[in-house]
Design a binder for this molecule. Structure first.
Ligand code: FES
Ligand code: FE2
Length: 338
């Protein structure tokens, strides 16, 4: 059900310190921490002795001591101490995961370690790019992660769900182009000479018409960047533009719960902390509007009779494209494993 040969965001870099942090990712329990030298570590959160959660134990140097009977593992998951016993069986170890810190986040590779390829981490450079400033957060959602991907790949919902911030009629009245390229989906909607949605008018300090752009890129398993722009009509004049990236990575916790990592990162008025605060609050409120819709979908998905069907519409193209890519990759993985 989940793609294993993939990078998942396990945490913000600033969340991982000299303490044990438990995280479930795609149905697997992990424990994260930092070594004394500052290296982020991810181990299976499961003691090889009697399956106690290692995260309930304690850090001992760069390793973890299980809080139940004191078995101690090093940062690669290899057992280095069993109380009252000299011999250490070679199977006394916990799985360790490849970890890379990039774009403010801690990424964990769930698949075969030899297949871990850093180049597969999505290009979210805008979270760390000089000249750009980000604000963001994490939202726990009681829904399957793909419902969040669907949501971000069909922005017609902005008109209905986000009328107070980023939605207006222009979004539904302008067709969106959709292209599947390899394992990515690219979507684009350019809305020329259109009234700004309420949040854009507030941020730019004017409700004069704009050329509004939405350029969306999906990368597996659930990474979506949205390049959002508002220019004075007929120009690409950055001095009066609004431009930000909405960067989104959704980590499945299990089949019915997810952790949604998000940022908005902008390249104008970077020092204006009041503006950062305004954008943060407005975008968080916007995403919480999505969460209400999505959690209600999840309840129906779980309680519906098995024969209940959904009916597709044209606007589903991006979401369907992403689902097909993921399905194909998961099927390939399963076939290889047999
Ligand atoms: S369960 Fe961890 S030492 Fe026994
Ligand atoms: Fe939304």
């Amino acid at each position: 059900m989940f793609l294993k040969n993939a990078w998942y965001v396990a945490a913000w870099s600033h969340e991982i310190k000299r303490e044990l942090v438990p995280r479930w990712i795609a149905g697997e329990p992990l424990v994260l921490y930092r070594t004394e030298a500052g290296q982020a570590v991810a181990l299976e959160d499961r003691c090889p002795h009697r399956r106690a959660a290692l995260s309930l134990g304690r850090l001992v140097g760069d390793g973890v001591q299980c809080g139940y009977h004191g078995v101690t593992l090093d940062s690669s998951g290899v057992c280095v101490k069993i109380p009252g016993q000299e011999r250490i069986p070679p199977t006394m170890k916990a799985r360790s995961y490849r970890v890379v810190e990039k774009w403010q986040w801690v990424w964990v590779w769930l698949g075969e370690p030899e297949a871990a390829d850093e180049a597969l981490i999505p290009d979210f450079r805008w979270n760390s790019e000089p000249g750009w400033v980000y604000t963001g957060g994490t939202i726990d959602v009681k829904a399957n992660y793909q419902l969040l991907t669907d949501n971000l790949l069909d922005l017609t919902h902005e008109t209905y769900v986000h009328a107070k911030t980023i939605g207006n009629r222009a979004v539904i009245e302008t067709p969106m182009s959709c292209e599947v390229q390899g394992n990515e989906v690219h979507l684009q909607r350019i809305m020329p000479n259109t009234p700004p949605p309420p949040l854009f008018a507030k941020v730019r300090g004017t409700d004069a018409p704009i050329d509004r752009w939405q350029v969306i890129r999906f990368q597996v398993p659930a990474n979506i960047s949205i390049d959002a722009r508002a220019y004075p009509p007929g120009t690409q004049d950055m001095t009066h533009a609004l431009r930000w990236f909405s960067i989104n990575s959704i980590t499945p916790v299990d089949a019915t719960t997810s952790r949604y990592y998000w940022t908005i990162t902008r390249c104008f008025a970077q020092d204006d902390t009041a503006l950062t605060d305004l954008i943060h609050k407005a975008i968080l409120a916007t995403f919480m509007e999505d969460v209400v819709v999505i959690e209600a979908q999840q309840v129906r998905i779980q309680t519906d009779r098995a024969d209940k069907q959904e009916v597709g519409i044209r606007a589903d193209a991006g979401a369907l494209g992403a689902r097909r890519i993921l399905e194909r990759l998961i099927r390939q993985e399963t076939e290889q494993a047999i």
